[in-house]
Ligand binder design. Structure first.
Ligand SMILES: [Zn+2]
Length: 134
């Protein structure tokens, strides 16, 4: 008999909690078919929770404001367009595949600025730089 205590999901959740991890991966997709990480605190699918939180505010993804906190504690809000949102998703997925962890948007923002600094340090042609900002 499978009880809540002995279900594979619960066992994976308990193992993750014991490791001190906030999230863990589980071999079965969630009830909505996501293969996303699960929260160690309750076993919920991180993608389902993200969608739920997004829907609470009733705005389509491209109208959402991205909130980033500067080092001085001030908050910046950036409205994402569809292309930027697609870039963010692709980057998040790639980083998650490589690191096994879900990167935050502010971490992606930091990494993006670091890459831009490196890129601009290599003296690219003005036309290629302009293309980035069109
Ligand atoms: Zn889900």
């Amino acid at each position: 008999m499978t009880t809540r205590t002995h279900s594979p999901l619960r066992q994976a959740q308990d193992t993750a909690k014991a490791r001190g991890a906030k999230t863990f991966s589980f071999h079965e997709p969630c009830i909505n078919g996501h293969s996303a990480l699960r929260y160690a605190t309750n076993g919920n699918c991180t993608q389902c929770i993200a969608l739920h939180n997004r829907n609470r505010y009733g705005k389509p993804d491209h109208e959402r404001q991205l909130r980033l906190t500067y080092a001085n504690g001030k908050l910046a809000q950036i409205t994402q367009d569809a292309a930027t949102l697609a870039d963010a998703r692709a980057s998040k997925d790639s980083v998650r595949e490589i690191t096994g962890r879900q990167p935050s948007l502010s971490l992606l923002h930091k990494a993006g600025l670091r890459l831009l600094t490196t890129y601009l340090g290599n003296a690219p042609a003005a036309s290629t730089v302009m293309a980035l900002f069109s």
